[in-house]
Design a protein around this ligand. Structure first.
Ligand code: ZN
Length: 320
């Protein structure tokens, strides 16, 4: 059954009703989906009003349609500016003026909080070999710094965009933007965040799986590690991967077998590898050159084949 108030909408828009009825209408529209939708339609398509034998030249109505459109443009403009401002939120720590610093920090801190609800379990422990190298920013995606950077840029920008749009709604003319509209806006903002967080989750778990299975290794940097120093030996990437001794190392790493138990290994000395994966993943692996055991991140242990170990030792200048 159509809402009995619906036919009064055109008169309401033109302010032809008595003040009492105007107020009643306003209250009703806030609660009624039907009328809200009809009102939006009337404001969006003034031609429909003509069909209903209402003079489009009516000044109040024209003004209202204009205000509605201007309001919509303003909200989108706010959203756009908010998004741009939010992109620079990452830089808030370097802003020395306290007021702008606080404004810049807000989207970043909110984004950090929201991301933390879902992703704080990915943060590194202090004893993780990755910690000293990759603990920066929010620190939720240490094994994929490219993803981390994108997330830390885009999430505060989305937060700032929605905050700015919310301000746009709340400061709009009440008659052209009913409360229902704000609810719908909050709902779509929530959905966009759900999609965004879902995408982040998917990409990061893909990275973790690749690392766990040593799958899609793109390059590796080999360091020699001694008790108090680490020195760079060689970087294996697309420029020298065609050389057999380097190719053997990369394929040998991919074929390392996963160990279930925690093996005793020398973590102070040996080789340290920064292994990089397709899709932006990276991990630091420590190789015990006596046993060929490889320790990756805080969770995974692998056993290198004797061949791979001797290739590694060979390119490292016979380190033992
Ligand atoms: Zn109604």
């Amino acid at each position: 059954m159509p809402c009995p108030y619906k036919h009064q909408l055109p008169d309401y828009l033109e302010e032809k009703l008595s003040p009492e009825k105007m107020k009643k209408m306003e209250e009703h529209i806030d609660l009624c989906d039907d009328c809200q939708q009809k009102l939006d339609e009337l404001l969006d398509h003034p031609l429909k009003l003509q069909q209903q034998t209402i003079e489009i030249s009516d000044e109040i109505l024209v003004e209202k349609i204009k205000a509605h459109r201007k309001g919509i443009r303003r909200i989108y403009a706010y959203g756009f500016l908010g998004f741009l401002l939010g992109l620079f939120s990452l830089k808030y720590t370097s802003d020395s003026f306290i007021v702008t610093k606080a404004i810049m920090a807000l989207p970043y801190k909110l984004a950090e909080f929201m991301l933390g609800i879902f992703f704080s379990r990915y943060k590194l422990n202090q004893w993780d070999p990755m910690y000293s190298h990759f603990q920066r920013g929010m620190g939720y995606f240490p094994y994929n710094p490219i993803l981390g950077l994108i997330v830390e840029l885009v999430t505060p920008a989305l937060v700032a965009m929605f905050l700015a749009m919310a301000v746009g709604y709340l400061t709009s003319d009440k008659r052209v933007f009913q409360r229902k509209r704000i609810l719908r806006f909050i709902l779509s903002a929530t959905m966009i965040f759900a999609l965004w967080f879902g995408a982040i989750y998917g990409v990061y778990n893909n990275t973790l799986t690749k690392i766990e299975n040593l799958e899609g290794i793109k390059s590796a940097i080999i360091y020699e590690k001694q008790e108090f120093s680490t020195s760079w030996i060689v970087k294996i990437d697309q420029y020298n991967l065609h050389e057999a001794r380097y190719n053997n190392i990369i394929s040998g790493l991919s074929e390392a077998t996963s160990l279930d138990s925690y093996p005793a290994m020398n973590l102070k000395e040996g080789l340290e590898l920064l292994i990089q994966f397709q899709g932006g993943g990276q991990v630091i692996a420590h190789v015990d050159t006596d046993t060929g055991t490889m320790f990756m991140g805080s969770r995974h242990f692998h056993q290198l084949s004797d061949d791979t170990l001797s290739h590694l030792i060979e390119v490292s200048g016979g380190i033992k």
